[in-house]
Design a protein around this ligand. Structure first.
Ligand SMILES: NC(=O)c1ccc[n+]([C@@H]2O[C@H](COP(=O)([O-])OP(=O)(O)OC[C@H]3O[C@@H](n4cnc5c(N)ncnc54)[C@H](O)[C@@H]3O)[C@@H](O)[C@H]2O)c1
Length: 367
């Protein structure tokens, strides 16, 4: 198999889809790996490191797409990349299509097979390729929130942990999955007053046992959520309905009831976000101000810490990459988890939740 790794071109996206160890694993299996010049620079991986692992360096994005059958990326392809996609390509990357109808239409037009990291699902419902980035985004959401709560950044000017004699800040985490538990670990560690909401009672039981009294768990209803959000200094949204659009849990009325200078880190923005009227922002201008609330809505948070996240990503994707490289499209028919990752094939949306979220025609993948 010829495998291509283009340089990521999203704003301030410094990750790369494969490490030299990943390249070595593929070339040892007899595959050819083509890496775009400087693709690893942002993650402190040089072209020489890739060459040593067996890769060939190519100059342009077009050369990578032209020569390869399997394209590995980190983030969704932008217009300048979509134009190079063809029916013989397998594209393997984060897609988050529920929040981007135009991209879904462009991918259908290309007739390529597009497999989304985030919808690959194990039989127990776990999402193994979303998990490592959710761990990072969850942990980062608290340091991002703390930063934007500072007065200088237009925040309330409150420290998450407080100091002896002064109360800590209130942190409300909506969704107690991977992002939620990682955010909670950081916020509890800093000494904040933490509440975590989820609508899955078993999840709340697990969190309750795990944190042994160091945070409060609350069953998520709109009523309770509104009460807690209005008292919060920092809100972190971390809900997910696999493949579907994130629910708008924080509407304009609720925003208007929040404390002036409070911060929302809308981690679920990659699936459309939980805050009404919020659009994705960029690392270079990460915050959108609504009624004096700082809403941070960057859809590629782990892109800011590529030296951690590039390695965490390859650790998780490599077993699937090797299957795709060894067996091509047949890998999808042999592995049910990989099958659930296929979002677009032969010009059709083949993931039900994605098709429903986009109100596009759904076609069952024939295996
Ligand atoms: N912005 C970024 O850079 C970035 C990075 C990684 C993940 N994410 C996003 O973060 C979100 C969470 O990811 P995750 O891996 O933690 O998912 P997860 O599946 O592990 O957890 C989601 C949790 O949300 C809960 N939930 C669903 N609906 C809810 C509701 N109405 N109220 C309260 N809880 C609800 C579920 O029960 C589950 O426990 C996803 O949208 C994911 O795409 C964003």
């Amino acid at each position: 198999m010829k495998i291509g790794i283009p340089k990521e071109i999203l704003d301030q996206e410094f990750r790369v889809a494969l490490t030299p160890a990943g390249v070595y694993a593929l070339t040892s299996h007899g595959h050819e790996v083509y890496v775009q010049k400087f693709a690893g620079t942002g993650s402190s991986i040089s072209d020489a490191d890739f060459i040593k692992a067996g890769a060939v360096i190519l100059e342009s994005t077009q050369e990578i797409f032209d020569i390869s059958n399997l394209i590995l990326k980190v983030k969704q392809p932008l217009d300048t990349e979509c134009k190079y996609l063809k029916p013989s390509h397998i594209l393997f990357t984060y897609l988050h299509l529920a929040a981007d109808k135009k991209l879904a239409q462009d991918l259908c037009k290309s007739k390529a097979t597009c497999i989304a990291y985030e919808t690959i699902e194990l039989s127990n419902g776990a999402l193994p390729l979303l998990t490592p980035m959710s761990e990072i985004a969850g942990r980062m959401s608290v340091q991002i929130g703390a930063h934007h709560l500072e007065k200088y950044f237009g925040g309330r000017g409150i420290m998450l942990g407080g100091v002896p004699g002064v109360e800590p800040a209130n942190v409300v985490i909506i969704g107690g999955g991977t992002v939620g538990i990682n955010a909670a670990r950081m916020a509890v560690g800093l000494g904040a007053n933490v509440v975590i909401l989820d609508n899955n009672l078993n999840r709340l039981r697990t969190l309750d046992e795990y944190f042994t009294g160091r945070l409060h768990t609350v069953y998520s209803t709109q009523h309770k959520l509104a009460e807690l959000v209005s008292q919060a200094d920092l809100v972190i949204t971390a809900v997910l309905l696999t493949g579907a659009k994130a629910p708008k849990l924080i509407n304009s009325e609720l925003l208007a009831n929040m404390k002036s200078g409070a911060v929302i880190v809308d981690v679920a923005i990659d699936q459309g976000g939980c805050v009404e009227n919020v659009k994705p922002t960029k690392h270079s201008e990460p915050v959108m101000k609504i009624n004096n609330i700082n809403v941070y809505a960057v859809p590629n948070i782990p892109g800011a810490v590529p030296v951690t996240s590039t390695y965490a990503l390859t650790n998780a994707t490599l077993p699937y990459v090797i299957k795709l490289a060894n067996n091509g499209y047949n890998a999808v028919t042999q592995d049910l988890s990989l099958l659930k990752g296929v979002n677009v094939h032969s010009g059709m949306i083949v993931h039900k939740a994605v098709a429903e979220a986009l109100e596009m025609q759904f076609s069952t993948l024939k295996v």
